[in-house]
Write a protein that binds this ligand. Sequence first.
Ligand code: ZN
Length: 433
Amino acid sequence: MLDLLIKNARYAVTSNVKDEILEGVSIGITDGKISYIGSDSPEAKEIYDGTDKLISPGLINSHTHLGMSLLRGWAEGVNLQGFLERVWAAEGAIMDEATCELGTELGALEALLSGTTTTMDMYLNPVATHRGAVRVGLRHIAGPIFFDFPGLDGLQWHQRIERAHQWPAELAKIGGPYIPTYFMPHSTYTDSPENLSEVAAIAKELGARIHLHVSETEAENVDVQSRYSKSPTEVCRDTGILDVPTIFGHGVHLSDSDMVIAASKGASVGHCPGSNLKLGSGLARFNDMRKAGISVGLGTDSCSSSNDLDMFSVMRMAAHVVALRQSPADVDLAAIVRAATIEAAKAVGLGDRVGSIEIGKEADLIALDLHAAHLTPVHDVNALLVFAAGRGDVTDVWVAGDQVVAKRASTKIDLTDLIKRVNLRVKALEALK
Ligand SMILES: [Zn+2]
């Protein structure tokens, strides 16, 4: 018997290889996995009424910093450099372990309520952030971070290396939905080539993957080029980073030859159009990267540079960026949806587990209520998802078959209590205003 049958959904966007969109379909879940897709009604312990619902794979945010949700609206009217100066000052003032955990709980809740079931989260104190996110029910990819300098968490380099070795055991202790093991050096402008080589070697030894910022701005490219006579991607190649599966955050200013290198090494990109537009960082070449053979996922970046974790608005902005750079005819809506689902899953190393509605995949699913004026009529389901639907349409969310959002509310934590704790903690920032 099935554990759950999502019965008679109006649409199911599968993100399978044929990009099938099924109508009047039921989806069964057993032991956290999708075990049935069809028009019958096999017996189930629990029935979810799919009438007027669109079921989609949970969205995957392939580059973010959830803890920075506490700094929403903190750094306005600045470019990346000005942004980092303002944010690092605030982080220095409040981001101890407990605060990182609190900010990540807030971000995880926002993500899940918005239909995002997986995030690639680079942030300080990953043990604390992971604990917070898992409590809320998110599939939360975290990992130890690396800077040359002690930084806000005050760790010396040798301590960062020790934490990296301890990370797999920490993950096992916390539990939660499966995630791959990641190490997260911040970038080629904050980590020296020697240090990047060391991280690459440990990642290779422990079978971990790597996530770092690459070519987010032109200024970054100029800086790295002037130091090493190489592009950030070339630094990644020459330090061995690209010898393990790697996902670049941003990749706005990858050259043609960077794309060839990234594709040949199997590196992927987390494209964050909202952050790139807000900070004036540039318009990433979404179609060119895909054409080069790179898996491109979508991401929000942090709540200080995009101000929310809304992957529906990110899909929309990704489409707008293609229309602006190229033309509306170059906007492939199915590809945009895939970049928020299966391509993002591949980009973060979860392509065999989540990102599509197929038998055997883990049941990371979301339901949208189509009984709404702004979602009527439906001529093109992908156009509906990219250009008309929003996070407010998400009513129910499952992660590995566990219903973590029901009727637009968390089943795991109390929103009112969380809001109270957040507002209390950010009072400490008043003095910096
Ligand atoms: Zn970032």
